[in-house]
Design a protein around this ligand. Structure first.
Ligand SMILES: Nc1ncnc2c1ncn2[C@@H]1O[C@H](COP(=O)(O)OP(=O)(O)OP(=O)(O)O)[C@@H](O)[C@H]1O
Ligand SMILES: [Mg+2]
Length: 255
């Protein structure tokens, strides 16, 4: 069975001046899939994500979201996409209720549904009581949950998240994982970057490993295992593919 991918990168290249942050990345994420994007610091994950959600222009190559070219049809692409950045920059003077209402209006959520949806999301994220406090009075995790709630407000078909579990307590992290699974099971495509290999291993249907701007491996856990020369854990596979040998040098330095 072949379906149209909800996220499609073709030969994506992004340079900052002379520096190639993303070099020729081609990949697809289909409806129903959670795709985990792994890579060392500076590998190009955030850059790729910012191109997918239309915040950065590709240097070359194409990106499609829901079949829409992000460059040529940015509004259509953005309308079906929810995005949680690595450092959510929320309107700090607004309350969570005000923010969600604003986002609902922005994305054209039906007036009759907005209030219900806001209360549903606040309840889901344990933010009902704080819902009328300004966001700048929230803890880091509460801000993170508010950002996720805002990204879910218009029930996006494509959800893109940059290291979304950083700072979440175990209950919130679990809730967050359950929500992403539910979204995927209902036909959304989820693209997330993470450094938490346990999340990638247990939550993601497929995993892509990027290193110095190059996609060096893509596949299911089984497929990655087959690449990993007998390594069993994703950590071992990740380290061997992205230069885990450097750890021997560290041991040398610390001795
Ligand atoms: N605005 C920018 N101007 C110049 N170079 C940049 C800019 N943003 C990122 N880079 C460079 O592009 C490369 C990729 O950065 P990116 O933020 O995409 O990495 P990342 O995989 O998200 O890393 P991390 O795991 O640390 O979040 C890095 O070498 C970084 O220095
Ligand atoms: Mg990043």
């Amino acid at each position: 069975m072949s379906t149209t991918p909800l996220i499609e990168l073709q030969h994506l290249v992004k340079r900052y001046g002379d520096k190639t942050a993303v070099g020729d990345v081609t990949l697809e994420v289909h409806a129903g899939e959670i795709f985990g994007f792994l890579g060392p610091n500076g590998a190009g994950k955030t850059t790729t994500i910012r191109v997918i959600v239309g915040l950065l222009q590709p240097t070359s190559g194409t990106v499609r979201v829901g079949g829409y070219d992000v460059q040529a049809q940015p509004l259509q692409a953005k309308a079906i996409c929810g995005y949680v950045p690595d450092q959510p920059n929320l309107y700090a003077k607004l309350t969570a209720r005000e923010l969600l209402r604003f986002v609902g209006d922005l994305y054209g959520v039906k007036r009759t549904q907005v209030a219900h949806r806001i209360e549903e999301l606040l309840r889901l994220f344990d933010l009902t009581a704080a819902g009328d406090d300004p966001i700048d009075s929230y803890s880091h995790g509460m801000k993170q949950k508010t950002a996720l709630a805002a990204a879910l407000m218009h029930d996006p078909r494509v959800l893109v998240l940059d290291e979304p579990t950083v700072g979440l307590d175990p209950k919130s992290a679990r809730l967050f994982k359950d929500i992403l699974r539910q979204m995927a099971d209902r036909g959304a495509a989820v693209f997330l970057s993470t450094h938490i290999l346990e999340i990638a291993e247990h939550m993601c249907d497929r995993i892509g490993i990027i290193d110095r701007g190059r996609l060096i491996a893509v596949g299911t856990m089984e497929e990655l295992r087959a690449l990993g020369k007998g390594e069993r854990s994703l950590e071992d596979i990740f380290l061997s593919l992205t230069g885990g040998a450097e750890y021997a040098e560290i041991a040398e330095v610390l001795r």
